[in-house]
Design a protein around this ligand. Structure first.
Ligand code: SPD
Length: 400
């Protein structure tokens, strides 16, 4: 006989939410006790939960760095976004250290997280974006770095990228979990040689006249964020009604979208698709393949008027890495100004290392947003417990 499905009651879910908040340091002990009592929990039950959380947070706050075993492995496993590493950088690292780089790919932050949560081990270096660094460090999926093995961080990283809010556990014990890799923005690549209408905003991607000439990113925070922004809300909204409205917008747009893709926007642009939602580096990569500056007469890059996303992608070392040492060497190597320039000259994103500019191909600076343009951009934050609402919204959009 089929067992009856037992669903958690609302009260149970509220208690789970409350426990997550205290365990992840998003709530003070006092707030926890006050809310717990209002929910009808006994003082002794609250005491037991606090004791358990205390053990967890203590292990973070007193964390001492694990000893560094400086044996070099043959290979370092890099888990990265596609089109986000220069072959010359991998070769150079091998030449310098004797360690070869084996690169595999993920499509978005959420699939990277899922992979690690499911227990994948053996990745030495991963490349999560800002908000995802915070989610991962709060879940102990990445390890604290030993900065004495990453001297290029202090030497070369711009102050703006040092000490970012996403790289801090709830109790700030001074450990770092990530180094900046590249930063960028999200916009629209427009084939102006194929269409003459002016395009300036996200809502243009909802115009039915462009049916099958639109590609969207396949990315939960990016697509929901663009729809939120178009409705006048924040990329980081924690309002269920705003999120519902954004989900409905994406569902409404679905019939006119040709495809959702994060991994090959350059092909869409180069093949002549009119409107491609994409990241600046991938747009520039397409332009590079289409002939460099000449291609600027065919493609325009639009930073939507309603506001758009700005991100910092970072390098971090998963808890289950094979070689903590090789990973530190690689993080350090990638922050060298010449290596940053080698990267930028191939992947066409923006460097957090100002000294790299002197070695950078001027073409790479073509799509760097001005300070005035950046006023309209918004960072992506860790949404805490509300992240599950985005996941649910994204699933319902996908299955609609
Ligand atoms: N092809 C490289 C793409 C890397 C983009 N990072 C995405 C950040 C998402 N908010």
């Amino acid at each position: 006989m089929k067992e009856p499905e037992v669903k958690p009651s609302t009260k149970e879910k509220d208690v789970v939410g409350l426990v997550n908040e205290i365990a992840n340091g998003r709530m003070s002990r006092r707030q926890f006790i006050e809310r717990g009592l209002v929910m009808g929990l006994s003082v002794s039950a609250l005491g037991t939960i606090l004791a358990a959380c205390g053990r967890k947070t203590q292990s973070v706050s007193t964390a001492t760095l694990p000893p560094m075993v400086t044996t070099k492995p043959k290979t370092l496993n890099l888990f990265n976004w596609s089109d986000y590493m220069a072959p010359a950088v991998k070769k150079g690292f091998q030449k310098t250290t004797g360690i070869s780089v084996n690169e595999t790919y993920f499509a978005d932050n959420e699939s990277l997280l899922a992979k690690l949560k499911l227990g994948a081990t053996g990745y030495d270096v991963i490349v999560p974006s800002d908000y995802m660094v915070h989610i991962m460090l709060m879940s102990n999926l990445i390890q604290p770095l030993d900065m004495k093995y990453i001297p290029n961080y202090d030497k070369y990283v711009a102050p703006l990228f040092k000490d970012p809010p996403y790289d801090k556990p709830s109790e700030n014990h001074g450990m770092k979990y990530s180094t900046p890799f590249q930063w960028g923005v999200t916009g629209i690549a427009v084939r102006k040689d194929k269409m003459t209408d002016p395009i300036s905003k996200w809502s243009d991607l909802w115009n039915t006249k462009y049916k099958d000439q639109i590609d969207m990113l396949d990315d939960e925070r990016e697509d929901l964020g663009a729809a939120l922004k178009m409705l006048g809300y924040s990329y980081n909204s924690k309002s269920q009604s705003e999120l519902d409205a954004a989900t409905q917008k994406l569902i409404q747009q679905k019939p006119i979208v040709r495809t959702y893709d994060n991994t090959n926007m350059k092909r869409a642009i180069a093949s002549g698709l009119w409107l491609t939602m994409c990241w600046n580096g991938d747009c520039l990569m397409a332009l590079d393949e289409m002939g460099g500056t000449k291609a600027l007469s065919m493609v325009s890059w639009v930073l939507p008027a309603e506001g758009y996303g700005r991100f910092v992608d970072n390098m971090a070392i998963p808890t289950g890495a094979n070689s903590r040492y090789a990973a530190h060497l690689f993080l350090d190597y990638c922050l060298d100004p010449k290596i940053q320039a080698e990267l930028v000259n191939y992947i066409w994103y923006n460097s957090p290392v100002p000294d790299s500019r002197q070695y950078t191909d001027p073409f790479a600076l073509t799509l760097v947003p001005s300070d005035a343009d950046l006023q309209r951009s918004e960072n992506f934050n860790d949404l805490g417990a509300f992240a599950t609402n985005y996941a649910t919204a994204w699933r319902s959009f996908k299955s609609a």
